[in-house]
Ligand binder design. Structure first.
Ligand SMILES: Cc1cc2nc3c(=O)[nH]c(=O)nc-3n(C[C@H](O)[C@H](O)[C@H](O)COP(=O)(O)OP(=O)(O)OC[C@H]3O[C@@H](n4cnc5c(N)ncnc54)[C@H](O)[C@@H]3O)c2cc1C
Length: 404
């Protein structure tokens, strides 16, 4: 296998790193205290092309491959998780689903402005009473002539109050014998009667990110806004997670790197017992663990990116990458706080934020427990992926870079 990065990959890394370090790092602590996403972040990410990084130019994207999506996720989260969350939701969970499942008309109408960053997109799967168990979804979309009428509530939705479009999963057939088959996916334009939304405050982490709720009361959704066939909502939602989880895995890899970098700096400058603390073997052990987990997490997401580029199913590999990287990021952050002693326990240093943010990653896009069940299921042969009606298209540079 060729692990080298192209000059385009390196350019995407440099551009993202520059933005995150120069523009976001200096303001992030204050944004956390205010629990507000700074207003410049989404427009700036749009301007840099990050919101359309891996989409064909004909759909408003940058024409780059899926590995680039992982690389920018790593760079963004090496500075702050909220930046990577934007990518996970807008690109991974929503726009990539339009590329995979959308009709040509849906790609023109919704993917194009999203890839250009003119419209922001979110993903509404979770409800107050249904998280890991998607079959517990109670939102309904009832067919009425050429429309569906949507009712229900979505909870813990990243970018809920910033987004123009939401990809929402609702029950279209309450009678379906298999509850998975009674779900359908819809593209909802949020600026319309019957939609209300708000932010959730008081979160442990991603405090400067936007996390909220969406409520739908008799919202009329034209049938042409249904993504995929009626009854395909569960499969579509799981395919969205294959893409969102990939960005979480890559982002968590960046978080491990941030923990390592902060720990290296502090271990060299802090002294105790007449020596810099980096000379103590117990500190070295923590640092060695961070080096190990960073390299392993990176290889796991590289493999998932490679599979995506080649149009190969990657649910198993992406789940493993996400589970491993997020658990390792939490452990790395806990050790980074420990290395910083009392200073690590205050927001004078970044590591306390890393720890709070890392915990969330073990919960969203499949909890660590769900990924363990998946991995055991694959290993035991209880779980087998069957081909989807529409797979994520493989990266084809000619198609991706051509202007239609
Ligand atoms: C910051 C943040 C952002 C989010 N953004 C979004 C978003 O944009 N869109 C969206 O749709 N959702 C979003 N979520 C919701 C997230 O995806 C859910 O929280 C997650 O799927 C877990 O669901 P839950 O919280 O309902 O926990 P539950 O499913 O109720 O689980 C509670 C506990 O039980 C465990 N558990 C559940 N089932 C099993 C089992 N079978 N075996 C063993 N243990 C089990 C879980 O692992 C967990 O420890 C976000 C959440 C957070 C915190």
């Amino acid at each position: 296998m060729d692990f080298s990065l192209s000059s385009d990959h390196q350019m995407a890394i440099n551009l993202t790193r520059d933005f995150a370090r120069k523009e976001v790092a200096p303001v992030i602590r204050e944004a956390e205290r205010q629990q507000q996403m700074p207003d410049f972040i989404l427009p700036e990410m749009a301007k840099l092309g990050l919101l359309g990084i891996c989409f064909p130019a004909r759909y408003g994207g940058q024409g780059m491959d899926y590995l680039s999506l992982g690389l920018i996720s790593e760079e963004l989260e090496a500075v702050d998780s909220t930046l990577r969350v934007v990518i996970s939701v807008h690109v991974g969970l929503n726009s990539m689903a339009l590329l995979q499942w959308g009709t040509e008309e849906q790609k023109q109408r919704f993917l194009m402005p999203q890839a250009r960053g003119e419209k922001i997109a979110c993903f509404g799967l979770t409800e107050p009473g249904a998280g890991s168990d998607v079959t517990g979804i109670r939102s309904t979309a009832r067919r009425q002539g050429g429309d569906y009428v949507l009712n229900g509530e979505k909870m813990w939705i990243s970018l809920a109050t910033r987004a123009h479009h939401a990809l929402v999963v609702a029950r279209t057939n309450p009678e379906a014998a298999d509850p998975h088959e009674g779900l359908s996916a819809f593209i909802i334009e949020l600026d319309q009667p019957g939609v209300s939304r708000g932010d959730i405050h008081g979160k442990l982490g991603v405090r400067s990110g936007s996390t909220g709720w969406l409520a739908f009361q008799d919202v009329r959704v034209p049938a042409e806004n249904r993504l995929g066939e009626e009854g395909e909502g569960f499969k579509i939602a799981m395919s969205c997670l294959d893409n969102g989880r990939y960005t979480v895995a890559a982002g968590a890899t960046g978080l491990i790197r941030a923990c390592l970098d902060a720990s290296l700096r502090y271990a060299r400058e802090r002294t105790a017992f007449g020596r810099e603390i980096g000379k103590f073997q117990l500190i070295q052990q923590k640092i060695a663990f961070m080096v190990q987990s960073y390299e392993a997490a990176r290889l796991l997401y590289f493999r998932a990116g490679w599979l995506k580029n080649n149009g190969r199913r990657n649910t198993r590999e992406t789940s493993l990458a996400k589970w491993y990287a997020t658990d390792a990021a939490f452990q790395a952050a806990a050790e980074a706080v420990q290395i910083h002693g009392a200073y690590g326990y205050s927001d004078e240093y970044d590591v306390e934020r890393y720890l709070r943010n890392a915990k969330g990653e073990m919960i969203y896009e499949g909890t660590s427990e769900i990924h363990q069940l998946m991995q055991a299921g694959y290993a035991l042969g209880y779980r087998v992926d069957t081909p989807l009606r529409k797979e994520l298209p493989p990266y084809d540079p000619d198609f991706w870079q051509a202007i239609a």
